[in-house]
Design a protein. Structure first.
Length: 122
């Protein structure tokens, strides 16, 4: 229950959204890409307490997904089908990738293989 966990998530999300907006100049896409005020962190998977959040994550094809390890342990985000693999992420490190096609991607942590999650791209 670290008090800075949720705050850090919000800050990370805000930075990511701002960066995406600056890169793409997206003004009208917010309706299609989902909630920007409610759940936050639309394209960010945060690892904390040996858990991926949110899980499942729903994303839109062509948008970058960022995974941030806020845990003290090292983790990975490794797709079962090999579509993506963050390799070792130490505390505070992040990994960004863009799924090439729509689908449901199951992933796990290759270090702690009981950590699993799903990324759905539409
Ligand atoms: Cu792990």
């Amino acid at each position: 229950m670290l008090p800075d966990g949720p705050l850090r998530t919000v800050l990370t999300c805000s930075v990511a959204v701002a960066a995406a907006a600056a890169l793409t100049g997206c003004g009208g896409s917010s309706k299609a890409t989902g909630p920007s005020a409610g759940s936050g962190a639309a394209n960010t998977i945060t690892i904390a307490d040996f858990t991926y959040r949110p899980n499942p994550l729903r994303a839109v094809r062509g948008q970058a997904i960022t995974v941030v390890n806020n845990d003290s342990a090292t983790h990975t985000l490794t797709a079962l089908d090999g579509s993506f693999d963050s390799k070792d992420l130490h505390k505070g490190q992040r990994y960004t990738f863009t799924p090439g096609k729509a689908g449901s991607y199951r992933y796990l942590c290759s270090i702690h293989n009981y950590m699993t999650g799903t990324l759905t791209v539409s």
